[in-house]
Write a protein that binds this ligand. Structure first.
Ligand SMILES: NC(=O)c1ccc[n+]([C@@H]2O[C@H](COP(=O)([O-])OP(=O)(O)OC[C@H]3O[C@@H](n4cnc5c(N)ncnc54)[C@H](OP(=O)(O)O)[C@@H]3O)[C@@H](O)[C@H]2O)c1
Length: 244
């Protein structure tokens, strides 16, 4: 995947890791980046900083008509970054209703699959291209206390594998990013060392460039992966203890 002169779309591109992708893609030479955002006003403010490279597009990944409209409009895309994510911080059993876990599944799983389905023909027309799915260490270790978030990221990781196989024939690569701890609004409640959104974006761009199937993007993700191999029971106990 050649990032120079490519055209990309980033879901949830208005803040956090998504905005990191937007700025790092332009730095890496992307010709155009569509900023997918639920509020166009958010997107327009970012476009004003670099109108030559940026375009804002209304895109709630849980709304099929907006996903379809994005694919119909952004026909020049060769890189799709599925970054939009929801973490509602409720429990599977302890929550009063299943609304929060359904939201997490809708955004983190169905939203990713919906984008891949809509953009697969666009990527094919443009020579194959790449999909980058922003997943989580919570998608390789089930974290008690994260409610529906961990299961949604597990599902999205499995979908990444299936979609990779389905799109291999058209030359589209699918990179799953295992992200640990990043300094964004989603992780504001977490007290530990956090990587910058831009560092995650640079790792994701490197994964797309090389067609890497799964990449741990930051020190926390690497620690989780290592502990998973070394001592899975101890890791599960430690994670359970950390949310009691
Ligand atoms: N921060 C971390 O430590 C961490 C760790 C592991 C994985 N991740 C993953 O990284 C990704 C980005 O998260 P972040 O840390 O940058 O969080 P964030 O700052 O909370 O940003 C979340 C982004 O997703 C967007 N979004 C939420 N629901 C959406 C929907 N239905 N349709 C379109 N966009 C939607 C938000 O838009 P609005 O501004 O409109 O709300 C926002 O742009 C997520 O997939 C998250 O699971 C983050």
């Amino acid at each position: 995947m050649d990032i120079k002169d490519c055209v990309a779309i980033v879901t949830g591109g208005n803040r956090g890791i998504g905005l990191g992708f937007v700025t790092e893609l332009v730095k890496a030479g992307a010709k155009k980046v569509y900023i997918g955002c639920r509020s166009l006003e958010d997107g327009k403010a970012i476009v004003a900083t670099d109108p030559e490279h940026l375009v804002a597009i209304a895109l709630d990944v849980t709304k099929p008509e907006q996903v379809a409209a994005a694919a119909a409009k952004c026909t020049d895309v060769s890189l799709v970054v599925n970054n939009a994510g929801a973490f509602v911080n409720q429990r599977l059993i302890g929550a009063a209703t299943m609304d929060a876990m359904r939201t997490e599944m809708e955004v983190n799983y169905f939203g990713v699959v919906s984008m891949c389905r809509a953009f697969a023909p666009v990527l094919k027309k443009n020579g194959g291209g790449a999909i980058v799915n922003v997943l989580s260490a919570g998608g390789i270790v089930a974290v008690p206390g994260m409610g529906g978030y961990s299961p949604s990221k597990f599902a999205s990781r499995a979908a990444s594998t299936c979609i990779r196989a389905e799109l291999a024939g058209q030359g589209t690569t699918v990179s799953a990013l295992i992200v640990g701890s990043v300094d964004t609004r989603m992780a504001a409640h977490i007290q530990r060392e956090k990587s910058s959104p831009e560092a995650i974006a640079r790792a994701g761009i490197a994964a797309a460039r090389a067609g890497i199937e799964e990449m741990d993007t930051d020190p926390h993700a690497m620690e989780v992966r290592a502990a998973l191999h070394r001592d899975p029971r101890g890791l599960a106990d430690a994670m359970a203890a950390s949310v009691r």
